[in-house]
Every structure is written in structure tokens, then in C-alpha cells.
Design a protein around this ligand. Structure first.
Ligand SMILES: Cc1cc2nc3c(=O)[nH]c(=O)nc-3n(C[C@H](O)[C@H](O)[C@H](O)COP(=O)(O)OP(=O)(O)OC[C@H]3O[C@@H](n4cnc5c(N)ncnc54)[C@H](O)[C@@H]3O)c2cc1C
Ligand code: SF4
Ligand code: SF4
Length: 1007
């Protein structure tokens, strides 16, 4: 009889003895096989504990089965410390409470899975914060930050994690819960362990003095120096030894944190920011040592490559321009962001002046942009925080690789160190982009390497040469991101064999059975072992004929120039789809909960499976044959895609542009080809095809509309079709947009020719506004006419022109292409003559600018895309250009009556993804007295047909309840504007309030 596998045994026992969620399937384990490093190891199983008791049970069972334990937070580590053949325990879903805030003592006690931003949001009203401000603050957990001894941009003022943790209650491998705090108060096992480590510290005192880097940013090894501090900054203000500091930076290899008590700091009331523009990179590096003497709270570098990448990105361009002395001059080689913070503003302004005169003394007069306004400063900090991610958007197999990215050197050597490291990069045919913590000598840099080809060889060679530099300048090889796999082997190099031996003794004393995260810090593997890499020379992608055109991703790049080859030349057997999926570098940015959209399904489930990263990993594993053999069409992939609402939040907000909505279309096209369509799929996908038939038959329309009034009919549709009985369906109308006076069968070529230069707008009537809410079409036409335009609503003899959106959403790409081609044939002559094509339904009109460009529709699609606009976007642009027709003799300008109600605006996700939400506000502001307010929402949750589907109705409502519906309920008298048909339905189902298309609101206010 076959012996049951470890995975099987773990699952069986964990399910019996704990309330944790347990995952043993290969896809779930695969999603926990990576962090933000270059490594991958499939764990034995994944445990998501609800409580501390679940963790205790897991530790005990794993110990008995001799399976290692790997604690995990956001999984955003860069060195591979969160990967391993272990039982992974994910704290981030449930084990994340704020247990106590002690305002008098400025401390907070948290569970390890609490995310830094969430903690700081709680602390804000106490005017306190936790000041270890890592760039991943939206997803890094306190447990993970402590595990890595993380450091923020303001470490020069506040120190690293080790300086800001005062107690850790942790479980040892035998399950004993031990309090680690001040040595003098230690008892029992903590005292015993403390004494043992103190003995080692004494024994190796002289070696510690000799080998320990004397910089703030040393995070390698265990903190054996707590008994005789080697850090630039004392670990405690009173010199007392704190045993919790032994656990900080231990990367889950000594004990499992149950709760952590943190030292808080008062929120600085004021800040000023000086942005120094340098025309010479070395000068910037050299200046840092002088600037820190002015007492800044941060000095951060952004180099030219990153500035240029940021300037090329519409999301960052205007912000970066605020940092430039002259935005029309060539981009500076570097900028330094120098922040001063404190209780009073006046001294900070003085410090800024001192900075200006310092720079003049250093030969750089007029080089500082002075920023006093908090929002301007905040915007620039956000761009700096996005730095690494901006860099990671490079397409092709060569990627900026993290392995020497946070070496820390004393400031006086920074210029020399960066120059020499740059030479090393060139020697190996690559280059790096420099950014981050100039104040503490930790500059991030990642050379571009292709790990599937010669990357591993070059990585080792560069690391060897870089280590010589670090030693020469008495720096720390690991200055921020920990050891993990990429730095583990350098611990002995850094500290010498005796101290390395002492680390082994510490590990043995804490964790004699080597249960916790083995191979990290002690007995590490080589950094370039192929079997540990995510991409390696034997990595293979299975061939796939894609339905969408992914050739833009199918490229390679030049590591020196970052130029990419022509589309389609990247040799991806999956025609670019695999390379698009591989753009996800696992940084975990999609786990955020801030004002953006991404990722609504994660926001409500907190499941790795329902996260953009989880989906990208699932697809990557499937495409590289690491899951079941039937590749893309497996149930596993379907499950991961199931809750993706195709909101396109990731398209805009994922720093590397992972566009999961398009990937879902690609997936569905293969899946549906294999398994066919359900009746519900057909009814939804083919609405545009049969809508005309129903609208011409009033009796049939009335009968169908009964479904919303008669409960048993609703229940029947739920049973037969899977459409939730809790939903109202759009009501069939017998008068459609095409019955309006604005339609025409089309113009002849000669007429279009004659109309060139005239004020004609093609108003595209989509299925939803055309058949179900034709009032919106009339309103839009009326407003456009009032503004002086000729309005043309295209119409067909039979049916109507359709963009194919419902077919696309159903994965019916071939049929969608036929529809799209027909629409393009109609629209192209108008677009070519420069006429605007305007649409009301965001997901329909914007698909002309998005999916159409990936459907192989040729250059016509490009031209039409350039001339397609949402209704309000077109009007807003025309206002900006002051372009309202004046030749028109009918009505010369729009005039509105005064607004007498508040207006709340909910942006459709696709409007957000294309950054066309602001025009809604712009056009509403044309109404005198209107003060429209944008509701900060993620997706409304309805997302086309998603929220109607019986299995998704509940989760759809949860998405809406995150913020949209509560905000609407709190403003009972406001007009609610929502341009998306499904958003309007969601709002009505959730609040019984009718939301309006912006065109209707403008029409209502026309004089
Ligand atoms: C784009 C990007 C930017 C970054 N910027 C910064 C930065 O500014 N500063 C910085 O310091 N780092 C930075 N990092 C690295 C990383 O984000 C941080 O180290 C972060 O603190 C890790 O948090 P996490 O929750 O993701 O931890 P994880 O990666 O999940 O875990 C980190 C370590 O802690 C251990 N651990 C987790 N929970 C426990 C527990 N309960 N008990 C014991 N051990 C535990 C894990 O085993 C692992 O070894 C960056 C990473 C990326 C991708
Ligand atoms: S999907 Fe994007 S945001 Fe999420 S982890 Fe991957 S790269 Fe980061
Ligand atoms: S499209 Fe929306 S739901 Fe889907 S992965 Fe992207 S952000 Fe998440």
C-alpha cells in the first residue's frame, strides 16, 4: 500500500485539530511558492489560521510529522525568505488584529498579520504612527516586517524595525509561548535563551567588534550585537538589552510571533521637502554626506532612468514635473528628496533655506525645488514609493534582479561605491537604475539579467565583485531586505566563520529540531541553485494558440539600453501570453486596500487565490505545465478566474501592468471552446442579438418584465438559468434609441467627405442604453445638440451595431471579432475624417480603445480608438479646447440652471482604468452651484453579469458594501451619478435609489 504523503497527513490532522483553512491542492500551494524574489519552492501545504490556537496546533502537528513551518505575511520579501518546502502559515487573512493602543506609553500591540497602513490608519486619530515606513506599507505585515528587520525611508530619523519593537510573544518549536522583552525582566525560557546568547556575545566580542558593519542598515544574520551595540543607532534609548531584538530579522527561523508590542512615534505635524536637481549623478551621491548634517528625516534618491520612466507614464508625469526646476530642460541625472519634519513649520522652512544655501555652497545654486504644501509632497513620495515597480515594467525575459540591491555603505564612500558598481555592471553587459535611501547609504539597484539564459552566472559574478566593494568600504551586504536565499551564503563572508557558528548555536538553542524556516540564515543554500529559481534555464512554456494578440509582450530587451525588440520576436511558445503573465513579479501591490480599484475580489475575500497575483501565478504555473496537464482549461484555473470581475483595476494599478481582465477573456475563450456555453452564458452573451426581436414585441416584453414583479418567476429563472432571484433585471422597452429623431441609416462617402470640418458627433448607441435606457441616449443627444453639434446615432436595418462587449466577456472572441469588424467598418470613415465617436456605456466605448487593439483588427482599429470617447470625456475636452461650435446657428453654447442638490459620483471601473473619471466631475461643474463629489470606491461589484449570477450575488453585494452603498445611504438627498448600467442596477438593488447617467443630469439642468 502507498504511504500517504506528508501533504495528505498534514491536511488530515490539521483539519481535525484546528479551525484553520487548509490548502493542499497544487494550485494553492503554487500560489504560496513565491514571494517578490526570483525564487520558487512549492510548499507541502498552506494553513490560514483563524486564531492563535490554530497556529499552536499547526506547530505541534508539523513538528510531529517533521515538516518545517514557514510563517508568512504579505509574501513581499525580495530574497526568497518566504519560500520553502514547508507548511506555510499565512497570518494575513485572520491573524491581524490591533490588540491594544497605549497612548500614554506610545505603544501598540498587534497580531503579526496586521498590515502597516491599517495600523497607521487606526493610530492617526491619536496623532501617532508607527514610523518604519516601508515602501510596501499597503501590504507588508508587522510580523513580516519584524521577520525581516525592515527599514523605511525615514530610518535616519526613526531607525529600523529592531529599534521600534519592544516585546514579542512568540511560540517556540515545542509549542511553548515565551515573552521576549527586556533582558532584565526575562524569565524562564526567555531568560535561559538570553543568557545563552549573552555567553556567545561575550565569547565572540572581539570578532563582533572586528566584523560587524558599523552602519544603521545592517540586517543580516541574528542581532548578536544587542549586548554590545554595533549599530549607528542604539537599539534602546536607555542602553538596556531587549531580547525581542534577537527575534527581529530572524526571518521566521527562530520562533513564531504571536503578538508584537511596538514603539509608536508622534505624527509629525509639519513637513517640508526640498527636491535637489542634479545634472551629475556622482555629485548627488557626494552631496548626501553633507545634507544629512542638516538633520533631515529622509534623503531619498530617484535617478534619471526612473524619472524618465515616470515621465513617460501618464499616472506619474505631472507629479514628477513638480519636482523639476525646469520641466522643459533635459531630465536631471538624479534628484534627492530631502525632507524635514517637526512640530512647528517655521523651523522647517528655515531648514529648507539652509539646504538651498548648502547646495549653493556645494556649487549648485538654484538647484532646489522647495515644497511646502503637504499634498504636493505626498504626491511625490507616492511616486518615489512606486520606484521599484516603475522599473519592473520592462517587457522581455531580462528583468531587473534583486540580489545586491540593498548593500549599505558609509555615506562618505557612496559616490565611489556607486561608480565602481556601475562599472561592474557594464563589464557584465548590463546596467542598473539607482534609487532610494541616500541618507543611510542604502541605494537600491537591480541589474537587468535574464535568469533563463546566462542570468545566474552573471548574478554570481556581479555578487562576488560587489562583495569586494562592500568589504572595501566597510559596508553591510544586506542592508534592508534580509538574507533569505539570495544573501544567506554571504552571512559567513560578512561575519566570519566564528560568528556564523554562533548563529548556528543560536538557531539550535531556539529551534533544536530545525522546524522553523530551515535553510534561512543558518545552513543556507547557494543563491544560484537552479532548483530554487522561479525562472531557470530549464523553465519551459507550453505552446498555445492565443485568441487575442499578445505579441506586444512577446519581445526581448537589451539590458544596456532597455530597448525592446519588435512585437512577436520574443520566442514565447504561448505567443506572448506567457510573457504577459510573467510580468507579475509577486510584489503584492494588488493586496492594497487604498483608494484605488485593484483588487475587489481580494478586498472581500482576502484569499491569495482571488488576488491578481494569485491569478497571475495560477496562469504562469498552468502555462509552464506545473499544474494539471490540461493547461489553461483546468478547473483550477477556472476557480482562480471565477471572482475576477474584469474591472481592469489591475491594468492601471498593477505597477507592471498585469491586465487580468484581458487574461480572463483569453482564458474563457479556451475554456468555453472546450466545455461549451451554458444557457445563461448564451442568454447574456447574445443579448445584443435578440434584443431587437423582443423590443419589437410588446407582449413578449411585458411578459418578460413580469419576472421582476412575480417572485416565483424570479425563483424559476434562478433555478433554470442561475440568475439570482434577489436581482431585478433590466426592463425591456418597446421604444428604443433607434426610434429617436437622431438616428440615420448612415451617410454616404461623399456626404462624409462634405461634412469634414463640420460639427458632427457619432453617438454610438450600445445595447444597454439603446434598448433598456433609451432616455440616456436622448439626453446625451439633446445635450450635444444644445452644445451645437449635429448628432448622428448609427442604425442598422436589422438589429443594431454592437461593440461585442458581451461576447468578449463570455470569451467568444471569434464572434466578437465579427461584430467589432462590422462596427469598425461603420465608424472608420468618420474617425478618419476626425469626427468624434462618443459612447455612454463606459465598458462598451472603452473596449474600442482597449480590447479592439488586441483582436487583430488592423490599423482601422487604431484610428477608431484614437477618436473614441466617453460622452463626458468628449465634452470635457471640448470645454478645455474652448471648442464648442460657434458656427452653428442653432444653439451657441450650453446653459444650465442652478443645481439645488448634492451630487455624488461613482466612477465605473473602466473609467477609472482609463483615467476618464475626472471628466464626469468637470462636466458637472458646468452646472452653476454644482459641487460634485467622487465616491472613493473600488468596483461596485455588479460588473456586467457577475452580480446577477446566483453563485456571485452575495460576493457582489459585499463588494458594493465596502464603501459605495454606505456612502450613498449616508447622503439620502444627493443625486447619484453612475455611468455604468450595471453600477446603476447595483445601486438600485442595494439602496433602492436610482442612479443617473451624467448625460441625464446635464439634460435635467439644461435651461
Ligand atoms: C516593491 C517592494 C518594495 C519594498 N520596499 C521595502 C522597503 O522600503 N523597506 C524594507 O525594509 N523592505 C522593503 N521591501 C521588502 C518587504 O516588503 C518587506 O521586508 C516587508 O516588511 C515584508 O513584509 P511581509 O508581510 O510581506 O513579510 P513576508 O515576506 O511574508 O515575511 C517576511 C519574513 O518574516 C517572517 N515572518 C512573517 N510572519 C512571521 C511570524 N508571525 N513569526 C515569525 N516570522 C514571521 C517570514 O517567515 C519571512 O521570513 C520591499 C519589497 C518590494 C517588493
Ligand atoms: S499582479 Fe501586479 S500588483 Fe499584483 S503582485 Fe503581480 S505585479 Fe504586483
Ligand atoms: S480585473 Fe479587477 S478583479 Fe480581476 S484581477 Fe484585475 S483588479 Fe482583480
Amino acid at each position: 500500500m502507498n504511504k500517504p504523503s506528508v501533504t495528505h497527513l498534514l491536511a488530515e490532522r490539521l483539519k481535525k485539530s484546528s479551525s484553520a483553512e487548509i490548502f493542499t491542492d497544487i494550485a494553492s500551494r503554487g500560489r504560496y511558492a513565491t514571494d517578490a524574489s526570483i525564487y520558487q519552492t512549492i510548499p507541502h501545504a498552506v494553513c490560514v489560521p483563524h486564531t492563535g490556537d490554530d497556529v499552536v496546533a499547526a506547530i505541534q502537528i508539523a513538528r510531529e510529522l517533521e515538516v518545517p513551518i514557514l510563517p508568512r505575511g504579505g509574501g513581499t520579501s525580495q530574497c526568497g525568505q518566504t519560500t520553502g518546502a514547508a507548511l506555510v502559515i499565512d497570518n494575513s487573512k485572520y491573524f491581524r488584529d490591533l490588540l491594544e493602543v497605549n497612548v500614554a506609553e506610545n505603544t501598540a500591540t498587534v497580531q503579526p498579520g496586521m498590515v502597516l497602513d491599517h495600523l497607521n490608519a487606526h493610530l492617526k486619530h491619536h496623532q501617532l504612527w508607527y514610523p518604519v515606513d516601508v515602501s510596501t506599507s499597503g501590504q507588508a505585515t508587522i510580523g513580516g516586517m519584524a521577520g525581516n528587520n525592515s527599514c523605511g525611508s525615514r530610518s535616519i530619523a526613526y531607525g529600523n524595525m529592531v529599534h521600534n519593537v519592544s516585546d514579542i510573544d512568540a511560540w517556540l518549536a515545542n509549542g511553548e509561548l515565551v515573552k521576549f522583552g527586556l533582558m532584565e525582566e526575562a524569565q524562564g525560557r526567555a531568560k535561559q535563551l538570553g543568557e545563552m546568547v549573552r555567553g556567545l556575545a561575550l565569547q565572540y566580542q572581539s570578532e563582533i567588534d572586528q566584523h560587524w558593519p558599523k552602519v544603521l542598515r545592517r540586517v543580516a544574520g541574528y542581532n548578536l550585537d544587542i549586548f554590545h551595540n554595533q549599530n549607528e543607532r542604539p537599539y534602546t534609548s536607555d542602553g538596556k538589552v531587549n531580547l525581542a531584538h534577537l527575534l527581529v530579522g530572524s526571518e521566521g527561523s527562530l520562533a513564531y510571533f504571536k503578538q508584537l508590542r511596538l514603539k509608536l512615534a508622534p505624527l509629525p505635524k509639519h513637513k517640508t521637502l526640498g527636491v535637489i536637481n542634479f545634472l551629475n549623478f556622482q555629485k548627488a551621491m557626494d552631496s548626501a554626506q553633507h545634507i544629512v548634517k542638516l538633520g533631515p528625516s529622509a534623503v531619498e534618491l530617484v535617478d534619471r532612468t526612473m524619472l524618465d520612466l515616470g515621465l513617460a507614464n501618464p499616472e506619474f508625469q505631472s507629479v514628477i514635473e513638480t519636482a523639476l526646476i525646469d520641466k522643459d530642460a533635459p531630465t536631471p541625472e538624479a534628484i534627492l528628496l530631502v525632507e524635514f519634519s517637526g512640530e512647528e513649520q517655521a523651523p522647517l522652512i528655515n531648514q529648507l533655506k539652509e539646504l538651498v544655501s548648502l547646495m549653493a555652497d556645494l556649487g549648485l545654486p538654484n538647484s532646489v525645488v522647495e515644497m511646502i504644501h503637504p499634498q504636493t509632497q505626498k504626491n511625490l513620495w507616492e511616486v518615489r514609493k512606486a520606484g521599484l515597480n516603475i522599473m519592473m515594467s520592462l517587457k522581455g525575459d531580462g528583468k531587473p534582479v534583486s540580489f545586491i540591491e540593498d548593500c549599505a555603505v558609509p555615506l562618505e564612500h557612496l559616490a565611489q561605491y556607486t561608480a565602481e558598481l556601475t562599472d561592474i555592471f557594464s563589464k557584465y553587459g548590463t546596467r542598473g537604475t539607482w534609487y532610494a535611501h541616500a541618507s543611510v547609504g542604502t541605494l537600491h539597484v537591480r541589474p537587468i539579467l535574464d535568469m533563463r539564459r546566462d542570468g545566474t552566472v552573471k548574478m554570481r559574478a556581479i555578487a562576488e565583485e560587489a562583495s569586494v566593494l562592500v568589504k572595501k568600504y566597510k559596508g553591510a551586504f544586506s542592508g534592508e531586505h534580509g538574507d533569505g536565499i539570495s544573501r544567506g551564503e554571504w552571512i559567513q563572508w560578512q561575519f566570519g566563520s566564528n560568528i556564523n557558528q554562533a548563529f548556528t548555536q543560536i538557531k539550535n538553542a531556539f529551534d533544536p529540531s530545525n522546524l522553523f524556516n530551515p535553510g534561512k540564515i543558518v545552513n543556507p543554500p547557494k543563491m544560484d541553485e537552479h532548483h530554487l529559481l522561479r525562472f531557470h534555464p530549464k523553465y519551459e512554456v507550453r505552446s498555445l494558440n492565443t485568441t487575442l494578440d499578445w505579441s506586444a509582450w512577446n519581445v526581448q530587451n537589451n539590458p544596456m539600453t532597455e530597448e525592446v525588440t519588435a512585437p512577436g520576436t520574443g520566442k514565447d511558445p504561448a505567443q506572448g501570453f506567457a510573457k504577459a503573465v510573467e510580468m507579475c513579479n509577486n510584489n503584492g501591490h494588488c493586496r492594497k486596500f487604498d483608494a484605488g480599484t485593484m483588487c475587489p475580489s481580494y478586498r472581500v475575500t482576502r484569499d491569495e487565490q482571488h488576488l491578481t497575483r494569485g491569478r497571475a501565478n495560477t496562469l504562469r504555473l498552468a502555462l509552464s505545465n506545473q499544474l494539471e496537464k490540461n493547461l489553461l482549461t483546468s478547473q483550477t484555473v477556472k476557480d482562480a478566474m471565477d471572482l475576477c470581475v474584469s474591472c481592469k483595476g489591475c491594468k492601471k494599478e498593477c505597477p507592471t501592468g498585469v491586465d487580468m481582465a484581458k487574461m480572463k477573456i483569453e482564458f474563457l475563450s479556451h475554456y468555453k471552446k472546450k466545455y461549451g456555453l451554458s444557457l445563461r452564458d448564451r442568454l447574456i452573451a447574445y443579448v445584443p442579438q435578440y434584443a431587437s426581436f423582443i423590443s419589437k414585441r410588446p407582449k413578449l416584453a411585458a411578459l418578460l418584465n413580469l419576472r421582476n414583479k412575480v417572485p416565483w418567476m424570479a425563483k424559476l429563472t434562478e433555478l433554470l438559468l442561475g440568475i439570482s432571484a434577489k436581482r431585478s433585471l433590466p426592463m425591456w422597452q418597446t421604444t428604443t434609441a433607434w426610434d429617436s429623431p437622431y438616428y440615420k441609416m448612415g451617410y454616404d462617402d461623399w456626404q462624409i467627405e462634405c461634412m469634414a470640418g463640420q460639427d458632427l458627433v457619432v453617438l454610438f448607441a450600445d445595447t444597454f442604453n439603446g434598448y433598456f435606457e433609451q432616455d440616456n441616449m436622448n439626453a446625451a443627444a439633446e445635450v450635444l445638440e444644445a452644445a451645437g453639434y449635429w448628432v448622428y446615432i448609427p442604425r442598422k436595418d436589422q438589429g443594431h451595431y454592437c461593440c461585442g462587449r458581451t461576447l468578449l466577456s463570455g470569451g467568444l472572441i471569434d464572434e466578437a471579432k465579427v461584430q467589432a469588424q462590422e462596427l469598425l467598418d461603420l465608424l472608420y470613415p468618420y474617425a478618419e475624417k476626425g469626427f468624434a465617436i462618443v459612447g455612454l456605456e463606459p465598458s462598451c466605448i472603452l473596449s474600442l480603445r482597449d480590447e479592439y487593439l488586441m483582436m487583430g483588427l488592423g490599423p482601422q482599429a487604431e484610428i477608431v480608438a484614437k477618436h473614441s470617447f466617453t460622452f463626458e470625456e468628449f465634452i470635457a475636452q471640448e470645454i478645455q479646447k474652448n471648442n464648442f461650435p460657434t458656427k452653428n446657428t442653432r444653439i451657441k453654447k450650453l446653459e444650465f440652471r442652478e443645481a439645488d442638490q448634492d451630487i455624488l459620483v461613482h466612477g465605473h471601473c473602466h473609467q477609472k482604468a482609463f483615467e476618464v473619471t475626472n471628466p464626469i466631475l468637470d462636466v458637472l461643474k458646468m452646472i452653476p452651484g454644482a459641487k460634485p463629489k467622487l465616491i472613493e470606491t473600488s468596483c461596485c461589484g455588479m460588473a456586467g453579469s457577475f452580480g446577477y449570477e446566483v453563485e456571485h450575488q452575495e460576493i457582489s453585494m459585499q463588494m458594493a458594501e465596502l464603501s459605495l452603498l454606505p456612502t450613498i445611504r449616508s447622503s439620502p438627498n444627493a443625486i447619484i451619478v453612475a455611468d455604468g448600467t450595471s453600477c446603476r442596477h447595483q445601486i438600485e438593488d442595494g439602496t433602492s435609489r436610482k442612479a443617473l447617467h451624467v448625460a441625464k443630469v446635464l439634460q435635467m439642468h439644461l435651461k
